[in-house]
Design a protein around this ligand. Sequence first.
Ligand code: BGC
Length: 721
Amino acid sequence: MKIRIYLSIIGSAILSSGLAGAQGLVNTATEVKITKLIKQMTLQEKVGMIHANSSFRSAGVKRLGIPELTTSDGPHGVRLELGTPSGKVSDMEDAGTYLPTGNTLAATWNIQLGYAFGSVLGSEAKYRHKDIILGPGINIIRSPLNGRNFEYQSEDPYLVSQMVVGYIKGVQDQGISACVKHFAANNEEADRTTVDVQMSERALREIYLPGFKAAVTVAGVHSVMGSYNKFRGQYATENKYLVNKILKGEWGFKGLLMSDWGAVHNTMEALQNGTDLEMGSDLGTPRREFNNSFMGDTVITLVKSGKLSESVIDEKVRRILRVMFKTHMIEGKRTAGEYNTKAHQQTALKVAEEGIVLLKNEGQLLPLQRSAIKTLAVIGENADRPNALGGGSSQIKARYEVTPLQGLKNLLNNSVDITYAQGYKIARGQGADQQMIQQAVDAVSHADAAIIFCGWTHGYDYNKWNDNAYDAEAVDKPDMNMPFGQDELLKAVLKANPKTVVVLMGGGPIDITQWAGQSKAILEGWYPGMEGGNALAKVIFGQVNPSGKLPMTFPKKLEDSPAHKLGEFPGVNGTVHYNEGIFVGYRYFDTYKVEPQFAFGHGLSYTTFKYDKMNVQKGAGKQAIVKLMVKNTGKVAGAEVVEVYVKQVLHLVERPDKELKAFKKVFLQPGESKEVSVTLNKDAFSYYDDKKNTWVADAGQYNILVGSSSKDIRVSKNIVL
Ligand code: BGC
């Protein structure tokens, strides 16, 4: 009951904020004021505004009341203070709310939680006097190896497009700007600053751009970050096609495009191809002074010599000023933000609770029954390792972080005797440690129940965010194998006590084939934020019924995944060809009939759901209205994500076996039924025709498939459109 009230309040906030998004950044009265301001500015002042003046800021014009612009990472909390101190918040106060990472949020499949997540960020950023929060990160999860997958959301463009809107509106309704990143095709960390990405126009439009398009055209995002990589031979941040043609042209983006830190390479290209703000301009080798940025003093010389029209600079300044007016940096007054409130921590908890995914539960090993347990063995260094500071630029100094071990202690409150064994040692190149394995085996053999926390790792402190880390910026994972000899440990532990619950931590798929068949219960815990340990404990002991669903396919073997099978990763001689085209994630696994370890959209519950009475009707034009009943047929309350996929029955153009086009998360008491109704618009049936350069929805027969995962389709109906 409580849960539903909470969600309905947030739900109405999203609806009302729709108007704010639609009004956008351009307002006639403000444009007049902007014109007036620009007229009063010197060329030098204008140029000061289009490049960084310190690590996270760009200059204002004090005499005209234009403040500095202050950015901060992002995407799952406001980053600790770095670079020039703001003088407003001391270092002691920069420990804030650490939200679960992007994977966890996407795994909730709960749009309202996306909004709640964004609201926390916006509010804390405002409290910390930031103007732009550098998130969300929404690059498509193309390969399990990308070191930054943990920050991103999904392999599926529709799921990303839905989750990104709530997040951005949540941030921006606080009067702070979001910055969606990294635009575009930044799907690996290997050679990220130089790699040239080549892909078909169809893959670009159908897979890699929809999330960004929704951010701009639906959520009204104020800023976009251009990525490091090249796209079809030209750096993405200064890419004529991506920025001028698509972002600012087709999508009508009126906000500011900032570079990733150090991503500008050429003054003229950046100026003419749409870069509005150059950040990280000191990051080259050798380090440069900020006024020597590509978009620094050189620009003054170019304008003065007549090689560049000053109107090009005016346009960039205008875009920056629009964002400033919109977020009350100029005129009006910002409301005060809030910091480290109980409500923010509760949002972190809720996202973790709804994002944890129950992957396997044979013989209903889970939930563990507290009354039946006197001794519990907890295994694995990941059980007690804080993650907030790991990963790179997304690192957060957390106000606190409840590790899984602490979460179990909190929940069990001394009523159960807990034995902890480290099991493996987190260190690059470290293999199985026989002594640690023996200690773990001893612990689980003597316990009524056992839980092993394993998987990937982050770095763990500011200077060591990259140390021993597999989920981290600027590096990709070398393979999908479990590091630190964990397979050997798992096999031994599962043999010693078959009732061991396995909890995988980290930013996505890992190869579990060596022991998956031996295990009865597996949970995916991701990096679940500051309240993650409490959320995991509640799921394990049944206080929370899991409702998360995988936002990406878990392949059995790395070689099974399309980027590695059909495409390239990370590329050859500085270029990567996305030869798999649109066949990313389940689009590949389903079409090419490759059995995954766990399918996209998969996630179990402690209750069961029945899908019934499906009905599809034609709406106006190429529209289909899908209705069905979903019933909770088990004994406990739970939530089901109803996933709606579309398949074109006969097609001349190659299409994936099915594609996600709608979903709804439904909360149900035992025995309760609810009607689920979704409308599929023309977009749901369209593909991008590269020959005509436009979206096409063929007339003909479509199969509407509704189910609990991409592989667990419960009801389906055909419709002719
Ligand atoms: C990252 C961005 C980040 C920026 C500022 C870059 O290295 O790619 O995601 O926002 O640094 O920290």
